[in-house]
Design a protein around this ligand. Structure first.
Ligand code: ADP
Length: 318
């Protein structure tokens, strides 16, 4: 069973911006799926269409088999959404924020109250239930939005940048919670800027770039494409002009720092052995590469090369 099935989805905003350019996307029921892409790629637009906040220009969207054009209410009842922006009614109590939304999904009041309690307890907000939501910390507000999204027991939970601006401890506890509900059967789709988050949680990934799907594969397959990492090493002694690190290319940043490339067939032990052999002492080291950025750069590079090729070859120019 597909939790989400998208075909030929396009969106042109009234100002003429083509945000989606015919995307196809399938997400299996039970999956934990990452939707990645640089800023402006079209992720929020896609989520807006799936959750019926944005009108599509063309294409079809099915949620657990329900077409959003012909069967919107059924499709909507399958989805819980946690938007990127905090959009709570700040004067409402934590409890009412959740109970009142349950009403929109047609849950009877008694059931809504039971579900609100369960969700608020699960997200460790039950003790704060009588407070106005404006009094919560940023991390708590995000948890409250998750509780609110889960109140009608959706089969598909969509989170748009759920941990943006959230500190590491809260991020980790949110990951644990999301893993837990995914194990219980909820399909999860999330957009994120943190590759670490996608890597740690998601089994499949689609990468959107300029309104098109640039990759759609298992997370492990996509990560294997990252062939090289760059490390910045701080040296104890001043850099020598004739310094040679056997098997590794490096670039001097200043008198005491170098950047070293470690390719996929190499490992850090080999690097440190080569540094030792060369008599180079290292005082600290950090990974320079933001892997998500690198992934996007590779995609953009590939896209640009394909365009150049098309321009150079009038046969394939359309
Ligand atoms: P992402 O979520 O990947 O950052 P968005 O879906 O927000 O991307 O944006 C995709 C493109 O659509 C961008 O060029 C953005 O400027 C444009 N866009 C988004 N929302 C609107 C809107 N309401 N009106 C006009 N253009 C928009």
């Amino acid at each position: 069973m597909k939790a989400l099935s998208i075909h030929g989805l396009t969106k042109i905003y009234p100002n003429g911006v083509q945000a989606l350019n015919g995307i196809d996307l399938d997400v299996e029921a039970g999956d934990f799926f990452a939707l990645l892409g640089p800023n402006g790629a079209g992720k929020t637009t896609a989520i807006g269409i799936i959750t019926s906040l944005v009108n599509k220009t063309g294409g079809t969207v099915r949620v657990f088999g329900h077409d959003i054009d012909s069967d919107l209410a059924a499709a909507k009842s399958c989805i819980g959404v946690v938007p990127q922006e905090i959009n709570l009614n700040q004067w409402e109590t934590v409890y009412n924020c959740v109970v009142n939304v349950a009403g929109f999904y047609g849950l009877p009041r008694k059931r809504a109250k039971q579900r609100a309690e369960t969700c608020l307890r699960e997200l460790q907000l039950w003790d704060r239930r009588d407070e106005a939501s404006r009094n919560l910390s940023g991390g708590m507000k995000r948890r409250l939005m998750i509780a609110r999204a889960l109140v009608h027991e959706p089969k598909l939970l969509i989170l748009d940048e759920p941990t943006a601006g959230v500190d590491i401890e809260i991020r980790r506890s949110m990951w644990d919670f999301l893993r837990h509900i995914n194990e219980q059967g909820t399909t999860i789709i999330l957009t994120t800027h943190y590759l670490e988050e996608a890597e740690s949680l998601c089994r499949h990934v689609a990468i959107i770039d300029e309104g098109r799907i640039a990759e759609h594969a298992r997370m492990s397959t996509v990560l294997r494409k990252l062939h090289q990492e760059v490390f910045v090493l701080s040296l104890v002694d001043e850099l020598q002009p004739d310094m040679h690190i056997n098997g590794f290319a490096y670039m001097a940043i200043n008198d005491h720092e170098i950047e070293v490339e470690v390719a996929s067939g190499q490992n850090l032990n080999q690097l440190f052995a080569a540094l030792s052999d060369a008599g180079i002492a290292v005082s600290s080291m950090r990974n320079k590469t933001n892997r998500l950025e690198e992934l996007f750069m590779r995609l953009v590079d590939r896209r640009d090369k394909e365009r150049t090729k098309q321009l150079a070859d009038p046969e394939i120019c359309v």
